[in-house]
Design a protein around this ligand. Structure first.
Ligand code: GRF
Length: 192
């Protein structure tokens, strides 16, 4: 059975775009169906991209809402859709413990650093400012903490010859776009 997926975004949505492409005509085609793209930000550019694939999009603006109230509304929205996995692709909001409990081990995030070394926003800036020779991209389960969930897979990125933040971001995102779908494919096919 194909996994039923909701992708959560807050902005650009380039990881979402890569996953939608793979689900449409690539390595995710036979293992999952993208049921919904959800955003907490009405201005997220990724919403337009999702629509261009014909995917259902829903936005519930989170601005000014209490975390618990907002997350309850999102849970109510997802309940009838029988979602197997929630994929966070640049979703810039910490998720409440009761939300995590409802989808325990079924929420997956991509993080642009080694989550054991750096959590939160700005993983590429961190690697650049600390003049790292290599950094890591991490795909991990989401738990109650900020980027603290169990690691599913990490891939190393050699940045030793890169001299600008822009170069690091470009190379990192290119790796993210390949890696995320490959990791999801492995996970979903192991559960068939
Ligand atoms: C990516 O770097 C991802 O690792 C991080 O947020 C960024 C989202 O970019 N969690 P995009 O919206 O997928 O383009």
């Amino acid at each position: 059975m194909k996994k039923r997926i909701a992708i959560f975004i807050s902005g650009r949505g380039s990881n979402m775009d890569a996953i939608l492409r793979q689900a449409h005509e690539g390595i995710l085609r036979d293992v999952c169906e993208i049921v919904l793209v959800f955003s907490n930000n009405p201005d997220a550019k990724g919403l337009e991209t999702a629509k261009s694939y014909g995917i259902a999009t829903i936005c519930i603006p989170s601005k000014g809402k209490k975390r618990e109230d907002f997350d309850r509304a999102v849970i109510d929205l997802l309940a009838p859709l029988q979602i197997d996995y929630i994929i966070l692709a640049g979703y810039m909001r910490l998720i409440s413990p009761f939300f995590i409990k409802t989808y325990r081990d079924r929420i997956i995030n991509i993080h642009p650093a080694d989550t054991r070394a750096f959590q939160g926003v700005g993983g590429y800036d961190w690697a650049f400012e600390n003049k790292l020779k290599k950094t890591h991209i991490t795909v991990h389960y989401v738990d109650e903490g900020m980027d603290t969930g169990d690691i599913i897979e990490q891939r190393e990125l050699d940045i030793s010859k890169m001299t600008t933040l822009g170069q690091i971001e470009k190379a990192g995102l290119a790796l993210e776009h390949i890696m995320f779908s490959e990791v999801l494919r492995k996970l979903f096919e192991n559960e068939q």
